[in-house]
Structure formats: structure tokens, C-alpha cells
Ligand binder design. Structure first.
Ligand code: ATR
Length: 277
């Protein structure tokens, strides 16, 4: 019987998950369909119950539902519990289990370009919203050497640094201070929306003090290279955009649903094509 999967969010029409997952199912000869469901906030609970009623095998969950969805599931994986957000649901014998593959997806994108081990890296995360949380908590629970969070609203950075502090050495600081200490970091990650249209020329912080052998990363992948990444590359940094993170989070969801390794290259190719690459 054909298995049904999908993604729920609001808005959802821009999502690249359907083309990416359908390409993976097709490549693996799995009899499955993947649909983008537009679910406004007030229908979230009914959508989850509908998943049970209709026997939908798995869902991805995107903005703005990643936190709220946790109230309606039967079990939450420990990493998703730590992060406080779910982006993947698996239905197994009528039970709905929530996972978070965003942070793990990011870690998998970092590993191939990182010369140092994650455990010996000092990391600066810019931003303290939902995306920052997934990356920061996952990194912290991997045991990164030092994690610093900076954010326009310092109190949010402090709260996230405190959560990360349960697993690793972690601190919060204002953007100006992080900018002045930039040489002290091996990996710098922008998790804010700064650099997306319409503020395409804005930088989340100045890279003037950038050290040597640094990885500069941006979770954004539209545009493919933000000004932040272009400037970092000019200064000799290794750069990493958010495309591999997106593909990896989807590949990890695929594995939870099917038990099979996902065809990551096929998935990445189809997404690149959609992006006009
Ligand atoms: P997401 O789930 O994509 O992380 P979010 O939870 O709304 O979205 O978080 C957005 C992050 O980008 C926050 O860290 C936000 O800073 P504030 O906490 O100060 O709001 C940051 N951000 C967004 N636009 C920004 C801007 N123009 N300047 C500085 N920071 C910005």
C-alpha cells in the first residue's frame, strides 16, 4: 500500500521538501507520496489527529509549528526534548513520535569541511531564535569546546547559553563584544534571517577581525551566498551555506520513516535544480 508523508507549515507553498523527498522515494523504488499541507495554527491539533485517522506515516513540521506540535505527540525523542522543537514525526503502530533532525543535519554538513574536531572547536552562534536553538543545543550536546551566543536581544542569547551550559562551556555576549573577539572562534554561524532579501546587503556582524583557518557558515541558502559568506570567503575563510543542512535534515527524516539510508546526492541535485543551480 502506498505510504503517505508530508510537511505541515504556514506558509508552506515555498517548501522544497516535497520535490526533495519525492525524488528520494522514487530513487529508492518506494511506493510513497509526499504532500505539502498548509496548516494554519488553529488547525494544528486537528491536523495531528488527522494524521492518526488517515494513517499518514510521517510528517515534517516547519514554521510556525515546531514547538506547539510537541503538545500533541505521544513520545518525544530526547534530543528534540532538549531542543524544545520537533521537525519530524513518525507514526508507528498508531503512536506518534517526534524527532528533531535540524541540529544533527547541520552537524553532518559541518563535519566534511571541518579540519578540527567539533570537540576542540570554539563556536560563535549569531541569533537566538528557533534555528539557533536547534544548532546550539545539538552542538552543545556533542560537546563542543566552547559555545558563545550573540544576539540583538541579549536576554534571548543568555537564556539559550544557559540551556547549552548544561552540556558544555557556554556564554552569551552582545554583538559588539563578539565582533571584537572574532579571532577567538574557529566556527562562526549566522542563524538569523539577516542577508535574505530584502536586507541582502546587511551583515549580521562585521568580519573585520576574522582570524585564520575559520569556518564561516550561514543557515541561509537563498540567496546561495549571502554577503556574509562572500565577505568571509574574500578573507580566506572556508564557507558553508544552509543547503547541506536542509538536505541532511531531510535525509535523517527519510531514515526515521523508512529505515533506509537516504540518497543524499539525488536529493541535493533536485533541490539545486529547483533553486536554479
Ligand atoms: P528562526 O526560527 O528562523 O530562528 P526566530 O525564532 O524568529 O526565527 O529568530 C530570529 C532570529 O534572528 C533572532 O535571533 C532575531 O533576533 P532578536 O532575538 O533580537 O529578535 C534575529 N534577527 C532577525 N532579524 C534581525 C535583524 N534585522 N537584526 C538583528 N537580528 C535579527
Amino acid at each position: 500500500m502506498k505510504q503517505v508523508y508530508g510537511v505541515i507549515g504556514d506558509p508552506i507553498s515555498h517548501s522544497l521538501s516535497p520535490v526533495m523527498q519525492e525524488a528520494a522515494f522514487k530513487y529508492c523504488h518506494l511506493d510513497a507520496a509526499y504532500h505539502a499541507f498548509h496548516v494554519p495554527k488553529q488547525y494544528l491539533e486537528q491536523a495531528v489527529q488527522g494524521m492518526r485517522g488517515l494513517g499518514v506515516k510521517g510528517l515534517n513540521v516547519t514554521l510556525p509549528h515546531k514547538v506547539e506540535i510537541m503538545n500533541f505527540l505521544d513520545e518525544i525523542d530526547p534530543l528534540a526534548e532538549k531542543i524544545g522543537a520537533v521537525n519530524t514525526i513518525v507514526q508507528e503502530d498508531g503512536k506518534l513520535v517526534g524527532y528533531n533532525t535540524d541540529g544533527e543535519g547541520y552537524m553532518q554538513s559541518l563535519q566534511p569541511i571541518s579540519e578540527k574536531t567539533i570537540a576542540s572547536s570554539r563556536v560563535l552562534i549569531i541569533g537566538a531564535g528557533g534555528a539557533a536553538k536547534g544548532v546550539a543545543i545539538t552542538m552543545a550536546s556533542y560537546g563542543v569546546k566552547e559555545l558563545v551566543i550573540t544576539n540583538r536581544t541579549l536576554s534571548k542569547a543568555e537564556s539559550l547559553a544557559q540551556d547549552c551550559g548544561k552540556y558544555t562551556s557556554s556564554a552569551a555576549m552582545p554583538i559588539g563584544m563578539a565582533q571584537a573577539k572574532l579571532t577567538e572562534f574557529d566556527i562562526i554561524i549566522n542563524t538569523t534571517s539577516i542577508g535574505m532579501t530584502p536586507d541582502i546587503d546587511t551583515m549580521p556582524l562585521s568580519l573585520e577581525m576574522l582570524g585564520k583557518n575559520v569556518i564561516v557558515s550561514d543557515l541561509i541558502y537563498t540567496p546561495f551566498q549571502t554577503r556574509f559568506l562572500l565577505e568571509a570567503e574574500k578573507k580566506g575563510a572556508k564557507i558553508l551555506n544552509g543547503l547541506d543542512m536542509f538536505v541532511n535534515q531531510g535525509a535523517l527524516s527519510f531514515k526515521y520513516w523508512t529505515g533506509q539510508e537516504a540518497p543524499r546526492e539525488i536529493m541535493k541535485d533536485v533541490v539545486m535544480k529547483e533553486l536554479g543551480g
